[in-house]
Design a protein around this ligand. Sequence first.
Ligand SMILES: Nc1nc2c(ncn2[C@@H]2O[C@H](COP(=O)(O)OP(=O)(O)O)[C@@H](O)[C@H]2O)c(=O)[nH]1
Ligand SMILES: [Mg+2]
Length: 211
Amino acid sequence: MPSKFSYQPCREFNVVVLGAGGVGKSCLTAQFVYNEWIESYDPTIEDSYRTQKSVDGRQVVLEILDTAGTEQFVAMRDLYMKTGHGFLLVFSICSKASFEELETLRDDIIRIKDDENIPIVIVGNKADLEEQRAVDRAKAFSVSRGWGAPYYEASARTRTNVDEAFIDLCRQMLRRDDTHDDLHDDPSSQRAEDATKRHRRRKRKDRCTIL
Ligand SMILES: Nc1nc2c(ncn2[C@@H]2O[C@H](COP(=O)(O)OP(=O)(O)O)[C@@H](O)[C@H]2O)c(=O)[nH]1
Ligand SMILES: [Mg+2]
């Protein structure tokens, strides 16, 4: 097992931002990646953004897919769910329907990834619009606890809890990655062998560049 002080390779993760239209997925992504508030996004634009962040002193390269629900084929959605390592599930605290949509999204992710413990963070966005709140904070917390996923109330407009939500997701993804690496300690297991192959594959692309 690598010591605490050994060289830590740069990790690369695919993050998928999901949620109903208009909840603020693009604004949250722009704030996280560019530190910018953009009042109005084309709601049909689906794009991915590459960014490098430092998480607890470790360099992480993220490929963030800001979805727009415009994919023409279910297979496309399945594909990005399959390739995602972590998911930011966003709703607006002003829309009950957007909150209720998250359950189906989570079920789909777990089914497609075939993994109950896939890193997920729940974000209740537009927290600056408290007077228009339609989703009870305690209710959202209790649902997120039931799912074993952290919950953040955020505002892309005021840049509240934006970094916190994304970085929490990074920590979850790093933890999982480290756990897989720990499997090397037991070379007799098939899982260790699989992890070795994955690690070799990853090592080849673990070239860290400053963006
Ligand atoms: N007040 C407020 N408005 C927001 C916030 N985030 C996004 N919006 C607004 O909500 C609308 C939809 O945002 P957008 O990011 O395009 O939503 P998306 O469809 O989920 O990508 C835009 O008019 C934004 O200005 C927020 O945190 N607070
Ligand atoms: Mg958008």
